[in-house]
Each structure stands twice: as C-alpha cells, then as structure tokens.
Design a protein around this ligand. Sequence first.
Ligand SMILES: [Fe+2]
Ligand SMILES: [Fe+2]
Length: 262
Amino acid sequence: MRILFFGDIFGRPGRKGIAAKVKALREELDLDLIIANGENASQGIGLSIKNAQQLLDYGIDLLTSGNHIWKFSNIYSFLKTSDRIVRPANLPEGTRGRGWTSFEVRGEVPVAVINLQGRVFMDPVECPFKCADKILQEIDPEIKVILVDFHAEATSEKQSLGRYLDGRVSAMLGTHTHVQTNDARIFENGTGYITDAGMCGPVESCLGLSPNPVIKRFVTGLPQKWKVAGGPIELQGVLLEIDEETGRTVSIETYNSGRMTV
Ligand SMILES: [Fe+2]
Ligand SMILES: [Fe+2]
C-alpha cells in the first residue's frame, strides 16, 4: 500500500497548495491513501469546518490534528460526526471526536490511524505511551496497517514513542514542529519513522507565520499580531510503502513538492 502523509497544512497558502496538487499526485505517485495533518489549515491556527470539508474535497482521505484543533468551535460537531478526522486520543474521557479510526482502503484492506499528542513542552495531556497501548488492544487484530501521527514538540519524546511502538504499528510520523527532519527510517521490527513530516505552507516564514512579528515577540516579549506568511510554498510529508500482509513498512522517504507559487 502506498501512502502519502502530509505535515501540518498551514493557512490559505497551504490549502491552495493541497488543492492544486493532491489529485494529480494520487495518479503520479500511484497512491492508495492520502492523509494530512490539518490543525493549522485555517488562519494558521486551528481548522474550521468549512476548511476541513474543502480539504477532504481536494482529495485528502483523512485529516489528523493536534493541539490547535480546538480553536474554531464549529469543528466540534464535525469531530463528533465525521469518520474522516481524528484528534489527539490522549485527552480526557468525554472529549469530542475520536482519537483513532479505522476504514478500508480500496474497499478491502483495513487500516487504522491513531493521533496522539506529546506532553513535553506542551499543555498537559494523558500519557501517550499508555494511551497507545490501550488503543492497540482495542484495534481488531485483523488490521495490520496501523499509522500513528504523534503531534509533539520534543524529538526525544518522538523517538522514544517510535521505538516503543516498533513492531506494533506500521509507522509513527511526527508532526507539530513544522520543520521536516532528515531521519526517515525503518526500525528493526518494521516500523517506519520520521521525527517530523514537515509543513505544507509558506517557505519564507517562521513555522508558517510572517517572520517579523515572531521576531519582535522574541525580542520584546510583548504579544504581537500573527500573520500567515506570503510567498512560495512547499508541500512536505512522507511517502510510505507498507506490506499489507504484515503491516511492516517496506520503504519510507521524505516528500517535498519543491517551491510552488499559489
Ligand atoms: Fe502545527
Ligand atoms: Fe501543533
């Protein structure tokens, strides 16, 4: 199974890039499944119901998310009703939406996708390690292809969860830091891994935002008005090939669309 996983889609420029490219990519790269982290797709912080539906219409099969998913309250009902979006699973019981989901690819191969959030340098959440254990017990053993979007800040926490899950999931893909890392690999028990898949958004930016207010914030310590950066964008992510029988990753490499004007 060939899967393309996009890192955080950032604001209108990121959405436009997805709109322009995704349907053609499905053919070009012979993809069976396209997943994207959508937590920053609306104004660079959050995801509105309108933009979530647009991204699915553009050809994304499933949206994952993270700490910013709660910004626009109109997404709450979508989180509750749609089976094409997940939010971090390790949130208090009763939180809206689902932390993992399963579905069939090409109408025949079952796949599960889990979303987890880190807790190092981030708001407190429940233990992502224990939460992953619990979910893996719930998932039907018939499902061999299992993907994890670990939305976390610290590289140590990401590598540790990746190794903790080695051999138990097909791949663990990091998101949240918006900077694609150069460590895509397959661990010894067959789990594909990358610390961060990157971002779909403006290249000349601070994590997607216009640099000047961000710099001013660091220099003065005072709150600033953020602005989504302009200029060229890149779509970044990872391309995976997974053995459908065993669930092991056969190959994993970074994906970069190259600079695009949208
Ligand atoms: Fe993000
Ligand atoms: Fe985030």
